[in-house]
Design a binder for this molecule. Structure first.
Ligand SMILES: C[S@@+](CC[C@H](N)C(=O)[O-])C[C@H]1O[C@@H](n2cnc3c(N)ncnc32)[C@H](O)[C@@H]1O
Length: 327
């Protein structure tokens, strides 16, 4: 790596942020968190939201990269909830069987809301329900165009400012880069605490582990894994989404599965997925480059090769999710 690489210069800002390269990161709230917190990240998160909603809504049936996926799909098709609540299962924004309750009016909590896009969309779609989005950083919108049944609160998931049993549905997505294994335990305890008996919890995650990865991806994947471990994070989610729910001891009727995410193949869907993943690799660049010992140009070249390899190998990833009910 060239030592005069200006893009890796780090400077602390007074307001709880620091600049590394051209990106802004938070230094308070959650120091472990390694994704940036700036306008570019806001754009990436919103794009990723639309990608995941589309993949969850339209991708399930069409993609069949392996026997494994076929098995996964048939399990979904014949799950009792699938028959009873088919609309919920094909809904892009959630998988839990709570459509009717959302229509009737319930209280919903969206943890680590980011740009708040999930809460805002859900609030528009279910006007009888109330949505509260929380995030340790104020990435969520503060303008007055937020639906009336939606609000945002700056809060750490590890210490939620809500009464016991005050929500009917808790949703949490893409927090794999936020918590250490012991913090996951605290987070789950908090979720269970604020959830009403009979209420539902849903956890959805992305995945850096690829199926059929090209050789070019190995080095970056190892670097991401090493770098997250060094920060006390485990990107492989201890126990997976299902394990997190099981370990609470009070969540029952658990359904766990994954959404198949094609990287640069499977038509337009694959194109937007690879675009989104490329943006994730770019968002991680400032923290991954020092581990790899490469400069910006070299990293960009590695990413370019990886994305070409994804298309050639028809690479895909499993985005896991799990939902269940508090007894
Ligand atoms: C990858 S983003 C996901 C945002 C959103 N859930 C989505 O799916 O678009 C993770 C978010 O978690 C927030 N975060 C990190 N640590 C947190 C914590 N301890 N408590 C609450 N939010 C946290 C970050 O500020 C960031 O907005």
């Amino acid at each position: 790596m060239s030592t005069d690489d200006a893009s890796l210069i780090s400077s602390d800002l007074a307001n709880g942020f620091k600049i590394v390269g051209k990106r802004r990161y938070m230094t308070s709230g959650n120091k472990r968190y390694l994704l940036p917190n700036d306008d570019e990240e806001i754009g990436r998160l919103d794009y990723q939201h639309y990608v995941m909603r589309l993949v969850a809504f339209g991708g399930l049936k069409e993609i069949s990269p392996s026997k494994d996926t076929d098995a996964r799909f048939s399990r979904n098709s014949y799950h009792p909830f699938a028959l009873k609540n088919f609309r919920a299962l094909i809904h892009g924004n959630f998988q839990s069987p709570i459509e009717e309750r959302l229509e009737a009016g319930i209280r919903v909590l969206d943890l680590g809301t980011g740009t708040g896009i999930w809460s805002i969309e859900m609030a528009v779609e279910y006007p009888a329900s109330t949505f509260v989005g929380t995030d340790v950083a104020t990435v969520f919108p503060t303008h007055d165009q937020i639906p009336k049944n939606c609000s945002f609160v700056q809060a750490n998931t590890l210490q939620l400012p809500f009464e016991d049993a005050s929500f009917d549905f808790v949703y949490q997505r893409f927090m794999g880069l936020a918590f250490s294994p012991s913090e996951w335990k605290i987070a789950m305890k908090e979720i269970v605490r604020v959830l009403k008996p009979g209420g539902w919890i849903e956890i959805a995650e992305g995945n850096f582990k690829m199926e059929r990865p090209p050789a070019a991806y190995e080095m970056v994947y190892s670097a991401v894994t090493a770098m997250t471990l060094a920060r006390g994070l485990d990107i492989h989610l201890p126990g997976g989404c299902e394990g997190l729910l099981v370990d609470t001891g009070v969540i029952v009727d658990i359904t766990a599965d994954y959404i198949s995410v094609p990287m640069g193949w499977h038509g337009r869907l694959g194109e937007i997925c690879i675009q989104s993943f490329g943006e994730s690799l770019a968002a991680l660049s400032s923290v991954v480059m020092p581990v790899l010992g490469v400069d910006v140009k070299e990293y960009e070249e590695m990413v370019r090769e990886i994305l070409i390899g994804f298309r050639e190998k028809r690479t895909w990833s499993k985005a896991p999710y799990a939902f269940g009910m508090k007894r």
